[in-house]
Design a protein around this ligand. Structure first.
Ligand code: G3H
Ligand code: 13P
Ligand code: ZN
Length: 322
């Protein structure tokens, strides 16, 4: 199957009460780990590339890696998406350069400016058969060089969504309901402690999501910052020389719940980074004599594959939906 846009994927996901996983890719092992899991589980997938990924790996390398994955995974639809497009020029370069979907992230701009830049991207994208994700509301956390401190995030205002979607013509909308970028989504002070002594983060604002669903029926909603920061990998990182105290993510049950509602795309990056880094740290600690990159990248790739498989089956609900 060739690269596709997310239009049909989102229609099926909305009706079927599941979400498609959008995983960030930066190198060959990450592309392979993700797409091998999706091919085996017959799951549609969105491979997304950030501004930082394009700077690190080069646009053409990333496009060619994704094209290779499409050839190797003939049974599943694959979208190539620009994550957090910072401006019109970057979106245009990706539209001209083989992407099937772009995000224009005007969430830091005024409402009026966000509409202006998003509309401009939509017009260019739609003329070229590419779909567009816009964003309203700001998440806490780190993405590229932008850092939003906890407490300075702002939830999406439901009263703005209809005007934004109508005036811009976007195909999907990312909203802020309490998720956050990176591995430190919540401070321990924001959490409660359950009977097993485990920190439980504050619940996502399902009331806002439900209000938005009522205002925009059948419209695909996107959740960024949706890693769950698996504690097994945080422990692995810390046990083998890392220092990631108080890394806390979004509970998986809440994401499963969101996927049953209007959320059709769930962005996951940090969990894959943790799996890769934890695995490599452990490998080095256990094999101090090894120096062949293939030897440590192989188990890292295998663990990325397994964590993606887990997400497809237990969190997103999209296994078997290709
Ligand atoms: O939300 C951002 C993604 O996790 C991509 O991160 O900008 O470090 O590539 P990056
Ligand atoms: P995480 O940092 O929670 O993985 O979020 C990734 C993301 O939103 C990419 O756009
Ligand atoms: Zn994001």
């Amino acid at each position: 199957m060739a690269l596709v846009t997310s239009t049909e994927m989102f229609k099926k996901a909305y009706k079927g009460g599941y979400a498609v996983g959008a995983f960030n890719v930066n190198n060959m092992e990450i592309v392979q780990g993700i797409t091998e899991a999706c091919q085996e589980e017959k799951a549609p997938v969105i491979l997304q590339v950030s501004k930082g990924a394009r700077a690190y790996a080069n646009h053409t390398y990333l496009v060619k890696l994704v094209e290779a994955a499409v050839i190797n995974c003939p049974d599943i639809p694959v979208v190539l998406h620009l994550d957090h497009g910072p401006d019109f020029e970057t979106c245009k370069a990706c539209i001209d350069g083989g992407f099937t979907s772009v995000m224009i992230d005007g969430s830091h701009l005024s409402f009026k400016e966000n509409i202006e830049v998003t509309k401009k991207v939509v017009e260019y994208a739609h003329d070229h058969g590419v779909v567009v994700e816009g964003e309203l509301g700001t998440l806490a956390g780190i993405e590229d060089e932008v850092v939003v401190e906890a407490g300075h995030e702002s939830y999406t205002k439901p009263e703005e969504v209809e005007e934004f979607v109508t005036k811009t013509g976007v195909d999907s909308l990312a909203i802020a309901i309490g998720t956050s970028h990176g591995a430190y989504k919540f401070t321990p002070a924001q959490c409660t402690v359950n009977e097993q002594g485990i920190l439980v983060p504050p619940a996502l604002r399902f009331d806002i999501l439900e209000e938005i669903c009522k205002i925009l029926p059948d419209f695909p909603i996107v959740l960024h910052g949706s890693s769950s920061v698996p504690q097994e990998y945080v422990k692995m990182v810390n046990a083998f020389g890392g220092k990631m105290p108080n890394a806390i993510g979004v509970p998986e049950e809440q994401l499963r719940q969101a996927a049953k509602l209007a959320v059709c795309k769930i962005n996951i990056d940090s969990d894959l980074r943790l799996a890769m880094t934890g695995t490599i740290r452990k490998f080095f600690a256990e094999h101090p004599d090894k120096f062949d990159p293939r030897e440590y990248l192989k188990p890292a790739r295998a663990n990325i594959k397994e964590i993606v498989r887990h997400k497809l089956i237990n969190v997103l609900g999209c296994a078997g939906k290709a």
